[in-house]
Ligand binder design. Structure first.
Ligand code: HEC
Length: 91
């Protein structure tokens, strides 16, 4: 009897761990998808919600850095996303 209870607990722990592992793996897959996006892709997806996307040639390198910080707060994007977009725009 005691043995069966122990088995049940072990089984519950294993199922719990498997569920957690599946969740964790899934979460990583999602952030991997975001990480794999290029600056051009992020620019197209985030920067034309409110206005047309100005072309990379419309501003200087320094201006793009400032605009990146300015528009990051508007577009609510991460530092990493902003850096990628600014790197793309500074080409
Ligand atoms: C939530 C709306 C919104 C999003 C998203 C947005 N912008 Fe803007 N953008 C504005 C507004 C409003 C202005 C007018 C200037 C101001 O008052 O901020 C502007 C102005 C600009 C300008 C003119 C120069 C300046 O700084 O004023 C540039 C260039 C620009 N945005 C680029 C971008 C880029 C690149 C992105 C993507 C990272 C972006 N914007 C995302 C709202 C947005």
């Amino acid at each position: 009897m005691k043995n069966i209870q122990l088995q049940n607990i072990t089984l519950a722990i294993i199922i719990g761990l498997a569920g957690f592992a599946a969740l964790a793996a899934n979460g990583c897959a999602e952030s991997q998808k975001v990480k794999s996006k290029s600056g051009a892709q992020l620019w197209a997806e985030n920067c034309q919600r409110c206005h047309n996307t100005p072309s990379p040639s419309s501003f200087s390198h320094d201006q793009w850095t400032t605009i990146g910080m300015h528009m990051q707060t508007r577009a609510m994007i991460t530092d990493e996303e902003r850096d990628k977009i600014v790197a793309f725009l500074r080409q």
